[in-house]
Design a protein around this ligand. Structure first.
Ligand SMILES: [Zn+2]
Ligand SMILES: [Zn+2]
Length: 280
């Protein structure tokens, strides 16, 4: 049985389907809740995020879907919001936080090129290396450490409902091409972040979106990180980060099994009345 996904994209941003199509697919899958989390407004033009002028239409549409399908599924109004290490959430109209049922805090952009343009950690390999050269003098360790440092700051200050794809920096790290995921400095950076999350109500997601789109061969976060999460009793939810309806439960059976094998204590899903526990 599939419980929920609250990380899903629509044609308001870079998703392929309408919000209603995502909701109907979730109903067909027997889910209890579906959260729509369109990429929120950015401080610059980007076709993969909702424009500031479309935010109200988006909110109205998700609210209408909430009503329309209330006897079949709980629809939650969310957004995936970009946190910038230099300007945090300054680009977000603070009243937006009040209007949403929840928000996902994600870091995609870690720095800027010499021309001032921001670069994203999930871009192509060579582009990311260029970015690290521009912002960190090529010091990958410093860049990756900074990613987790700022994730911690975001969680402490803004308390997102959940953190998006927490180890997104591994997207370009196939065969440890960028850094050694077993190195002690990396473990310390990740665990420092988890120690921060542990003291908040923020939830960590298992995100299967990278697998669905063929970018990575395993979920975010890595298995050893899930073990560290278990030790800290941080609640975990399973999300698909689906950009199309067909991927809405991509690898969910495998993830539920993995969580069982890892003896995770808390698998949770978000409802209109807060987080509910799932018996695995
Ligand atoms: Zn994301
Ligand atoms: Zn996403």
């Amino acid at each position: 049985m599939y419980y929920s996904t609250i990380h899903s994209h629509t044609n308001y941003c870079d998703g392929n389907n309408t919000a209603e199509e995502m909701v109907l697919t979730a109903i067909a899958k027997g889910m209890k809740t579906i959260g729509i989390s369109t990429h929120g407004p950015l401080p610059f033009e980007a076709k993969w995020s909702v424009g500031k002028d479309k935010v109200d239409t988006y909110i109205d549409e998700i609210k209408a879907l909430k009503e329309k399908y209330s006897d079949k599924i709980e629809v939650l109004l969310g957004m995936e919001l970009d946190y910038f290490i230099d300007t945090e959430f300054e680009h977000i109209d603070k009243s937006l936080f009040e209007k949403l049922d929840y928000f996902i805090g994600s870091i995609h952009y870690l720095g800027r090129f010499d021309d001032g343009k921001r670069w994203a950690v999930d871009g192509p390999y060579d582009y990311v290396l260029e970015g690290i050269k521009a912002s960190y003098g090529g010091d990958i360790k410093k860049a990756v450490g900074d990613y987790y440092h700022h994730l911690s700051k975001m969680v402490e200050k803004y308390k997102p409902t959940l953190v998006g794809h927490m180890d997104l920096v591994k997207k370009n790290n196939k065969n440890n091409a960028l850094f050694n995921e077993n190195a002690s400095w990396y473990k310390e950076a990740v665990c420092g972040f988890l120690d921060t999350v542990k003291n908040t109500d923020t939830v960590i997601e298992i995100n299967t979106g990278g697998m669905a789109r063929g970018y990575v061969t395993e979920q975010y976060p890595s298995i050893w990180i899930l073990e560290e999460i278990r030790l800290r009793k941080i609640p975990v939810t399973v999300n698909s980060d689906a950009h199309s309806a067909e991927n809405i439960t991509c690898m969910f059976d495998e993830m539920y099994t993995l969580c069982k094998e890892l003896n995770l204590e808390n698998l949770v899903y978000l409802t209109n009345n807060g987080w509910k526990k799932i018996d695995l």
